[in-house]
Design a protein around this ligand. Sequence first.
Ligand code: ZN
Length: 215
Amino acid sequence: MEIIKKIKEDVRLISLEILKRGLVLGTMGNCSTRVSGHSMIAITPRSMDYNLLSDDDIVLVDYTGKVIEGGLEPSIELPMHLEIYRIRKDISAIIHTHSVFACAIAATGNRVPPVVDELMVYVGGEIELAEYAIPGTQQLAVNTVKALGEKNAVLLANHGMIGVGKDLKSALLSCEIVEKASMITVYASLFGKVNTVPSYALKVERKWFEKLKGG
Ligand SMILES: [Zn+2]
């Protein structure tokens, strides 16, 4: 079907983007999107070099985790993707990266504070930290959803981050904004105290975020 072909291509192209933009190394990270009109998602396969992926390598999986189409195994983080889709009916795409500055903050047990306006506008504010669990486990899925809440991104302790959005481009933007805000936080902290966007502005921007989320 034409729509499925296009969605597989979109997932493959976005996985190349996260590699090109330095958000992951090698075969790490994963991307998925809902297949609209069908009760399934399209997700990157497990341990495949993004440069060698073909559209047909993208795996179609139903919401119970059963493979519908694809010769390869789905990403090891499938349980995390499914749990997010189950709870967050408002989003249609998920990208998981291991970007360096987000990982640096996640390794300290801290959150990413709202140091720039766009963190509030596009991601919903301070980025929470999901408690550590072994990659690929249901426990990691549960911890991730809990910390993600209604926002568009979350840090995973000693692991990486997740960005979500209404489509793959929005999910990629969430990942990039979190990485940029993490970088700013790390560099700014070299000077001492890090100031956040004032709370009166955050209140206004929160409304913008709600509006954007609604499409
Ligand atoms: Zn990972």
